[in-house]
Write a protein of this length. Structure first.
Lengths: 360, 381
């Protein structure tokens, strides 16, 4: 006979809680960031300072806003390689219109129109023209970058004449936290919650998981994907406005390489390239992790020739660790499922035998 | 009446013949080179062409090929190239890769060569990858000058270079004098672009040699990226709150550095290589101390001149091999100078003002499209 152990119920509760915590994809990323915060102070005491944290978040924020859209696109089973070029294009459209008209509102509206057009065209090419999302957005990446070169004539557009009221978007802080960071965190959190709760955004998961099934169950898949591309355009517009307000320039090379970095962050954060899965908080944490890796590399004084190599090895290590944790989780859930199936089969068999015995 | 008409007709024909002979416009070949210049008339044992050596043909097209085509740092180079071409009466075109991808640079170069141009002024981001393409073009009779990065495997007609040592010495001295010989500096570099790597190495050498008490506390591979420039500068300022100077190898990174310094409320100063309109403004606003700007106009101008001379076979040096073969001279190298752009002289380096003064449309026009009579050596046919 087993004697009940005192306090076993709370212990079981804690274990269950920890297991539940680890069932979230984001936990691994938080632990990785935590690990960096635990180890890095031994090598660079300034790593954990508020100043460094804020500076890193600030440098991640504009990219992170676009990352929200990239994650949703990946969840819906598509991809967008044009985001960096679209941001650069929006910045240059804003710069050109603002400088030629002197009207801030006109510049902002023109930039918004450019963003909507880019998003719509991408969505149209993928849904109506049935082009592969990879090819369509690769082409639009080249086109957008090309238009940016035409608009900027290859050199950054100077926007130091922007009014103070606008510049505050990029320069202002609340409790020492830059507005850009606050906006990024709010947008990421809101989008994450909406992905769970909003019917409209949940449709992306259905489309990404099984497009045919989603279509047969009444989801207008083309409309969902097209609107998601438009949403990405809008997020690019917000990021572009923030970037212009911060740097006071519209640079033709701005946003180069964002697409790969954002897709990498989304994958680290739990998204798959086949669709149906992904987490906006995960992507944001992935980007923050990459930002801290960049920061650590500079703070540690790594040679310039080693910086890319070390950064990408750490990125690979993060992906591998995440994959390892995920496979463990899957194995465990498989085991528990098998156990449950086994237990139910056994109990059915026992019931059958008992019933037979009764009859006999 | 018939006789009068016949005389009149003969006179008209004679006049036409005279005017044709007097025309300075020579017949042209498909590659734009002057037929009269290539087939000189023999008179009394002396050979000469029907036009002066330094008057070319408007069909002769010389190409200015670069990477990051259209970027502001090529402005001076192409304006110089156009000026020389315009004065010689030949035309120009500016083409190039929009980035520093070796593949794209090679593709643009090969496409340019396929057009059989009269000459090419070539700037590449890494000389080691272009040897065979450049040499085969040279072998096919297309003169090529190179700029920025030497192409070791080819023998172009001239290499236009910058004196990295002298330029970075100016930057090092500026920092050294500003800090009275003691302080901390961080660098924003561009790994993979050979000329900027050389420049970074030269700066480090000059700092170590002339200002040994100024410590270079770190380097980051920032590239031509504003956001990365801001992020790397922020990291340097975190690890070294008493950082005195950021030295950037390109103006785009400098713009990011300025933003990060402002955000960190730091007193750190910036010095950069090259300028663009934003950097000029920042220098005027005292947000950037100074920029070291190479004299790209001179390389463009002299590049065009040397291409023209080679195309028209105007040089007659002393060969060290048998007459008629190419000489064994090594590739001549021209080192252009540099200037320091400060708040006092910044206005002189604004591209928009320079274009306005010259009524230039920059990279979008050829040499013969320039119609401003106040340009030096302006003439019309």
């Amino acid at each position: 006979m087993q004697t009940p152990i005192a306090g076993s119920a709370p212990a079981v509760g804690i274990v269950k809680g920890i297991r539940k915590l680890f069932s979230y994809r984001e936990t691994t990323l938080v632990l990785m960031i935590g690990l960096m915060f635990a180890v890095m102070p031994f090598f660079s005491p300034v790593f954990t300072t508020q100043k460094n944290i804020i500076a890193t978040l600030l440098n991640v924020a504009t990219k992170g806003i676009v990352g929200i859209g990239v994650t949703i696109i990946l969840i819906s089973g598509a991809i967008d390689l044009s985001v960096g070029a679209v941001v650069a294009l929006i910045c240059s459209v804003f710069g050109r219109v603002y400088l030629s008209s002197g009207n801030l509102m006109l510049g902002t509206l023109a930039a918004a129109a450019a963003a909507l057009i880019c998003g719509f065209v991408n969505g149209f090419l993928v849904t109506k023209c049935r082009l592969s999302a990879f090819i369509a957005t690769l082409a639009s990446m080249g086109i957008c970058r090309g238009i940016t070169f035409v608009l900027t004539k290859g050199t950054p557009i100077k926007l130091t004449s922007l009014p103070e009221g606008y510049r505050i978007l990029g320069e202002g802080t609340l409790f020492n936290i830059p507005y850009v960071v606050i906006l990024f965190l709010i947008l990421a959190l809101a989008a994450h919650i909406m992905m769970k709760k909003s019917k409209a955004l949940r449709q992306n998961v259905y489309v990404g998981s099984n497009e045919k099934a989603a279509r047969f169950s009444g989801v207008r898949t083309n409309k969902v994907v097209l609107l998601t591309y438009v949403l990405v355009g809008i997020l690019c517009w917000i990021a572009a406005q923030m970037s212009v307000a911060r740097f006071l320039t519209a640079s033709p090379s701005y946003g180069v390489g964002w697409e790969t970095e954002l897709i990498a962050a989304a994958v680290i954060g739990g998204a798959t390239l086949t669709g149906g899965e992904g987490s906006i908080i995960g992507t944001s944490l992935g980007l923050i992790l990459l930002g801290f890796v960049d920061s650590a590399i500079v703070l540690l004084g790594v040679s310039v020739y080693w910086q890319d190599l070390i950064g990408n090895i750490i990125l690979l290590a993060a992906v591998l660790l995440d994959a390892f944790v995920e496979s463990r989780k899957q194995k465990e859930s498989m085991k528990s499922s098998l156990k449950n199936i086994g237990a139910s089969l056994l109990s059915n068999r026992v019931t059958e035998i008992k019933e037979k015995e009764k009859k006999v | 009446m018939k006789r009068i008409l016949t005389i009149a007709l003969v006179m008209v024909m004679l006049l036409c013949g005279c005017s044709t002979t007097a025309s300075t416009q020579p017949s042209t070949k498909s590659d734009g080179s002057s037929a009269s210049a290539q087939q000189p008339a023999a008179k009394g044992g002396v050979t000469y062409a029907s036009q002066p050596a330094f008057v070319g043909n408007s069909d002769e097209m010389y190409f200015f090929v670069s990477w990051y085509a259209g970027n502001e740092w090529w402005v001076g180079g192409y304006e110089g190239f156009k000026d020389a071409a315009r004065q010689l009466g030949v035309n120009t075109k500016c083409v190039g890769a929009p980035n520093d991808s070796i593949d794209e640079q090679t593709a643009v170069l090969e496409q340019t060569i396929a057009q059989q141009p009269a000459g090419i002024s070539l700037a590449v981001s890494d000389g080691s990858s272009f040897g065979s393409v450049v040499q085969s073009a040279l072998n096919s009779g297309i003169p090529i000058t190179t700029t920025d990065n030497k192409i070791e495997e080819a023998n172009p007609i001239m290499f236009m270079s910058y004196d990295d040592n002298a330029m970075t010495k100016v930057a090092a001295d500026h920092i050294g004098q500003a800090l009275n010989g003691k302080g901390k500096v961080a660098m924003l570099e561009v790994v993979g672009q050979t000329n900027l790597e050389k420049r970074a190495a030269a700066f480090k050498e000059n700092m170590a040699k002339y200002w040994p008490n100024i410590k270079i506390v770190g380097s980051a591979n920032t590239g031509h990226d504003e956001l990365k420039g801001a992020s790397d500068t922020a990291n340097f300022l975190t690890s070294n709150p008493d950082l005195d100077f950021i030295y950037t190898l390109n103006p785009t990174a400098a713009m990011g550095a300025v933003t990060a310094i402002k955000e960190a409320n730091s007193k750190c100063r910036v010095i950069t290589m090259d300028v663009n309109e934003n950097v000029v403004q920042y220098i005027k606003d005292k947000k950037i101390d100074a920029a070291i700007m190479p004299d790209s106009y001179t390389f463009g101008y002299l590049s065009m001149l040397s291409l023209y001379c080679e195309k028209h076979k105007l040089l007659d040096p002393m060969w060290n091999v048998k007459l008629g073969e190419k000489s064994g001279w090594s590739v001549p190298t021209l080192e252009v100078g540099a200037t320091v752009v400060t708040a006092e002289n910044a206005d002189n380096y604004k591209t928009s003002s320079y274009y306005a003064k010259r009524q230039s449309k920059g990279f979008e026009e050829g040499a013969l499209d320039m119609k401003n009579p106040s340009l030096p050596g302006f003439w019309t046919r």
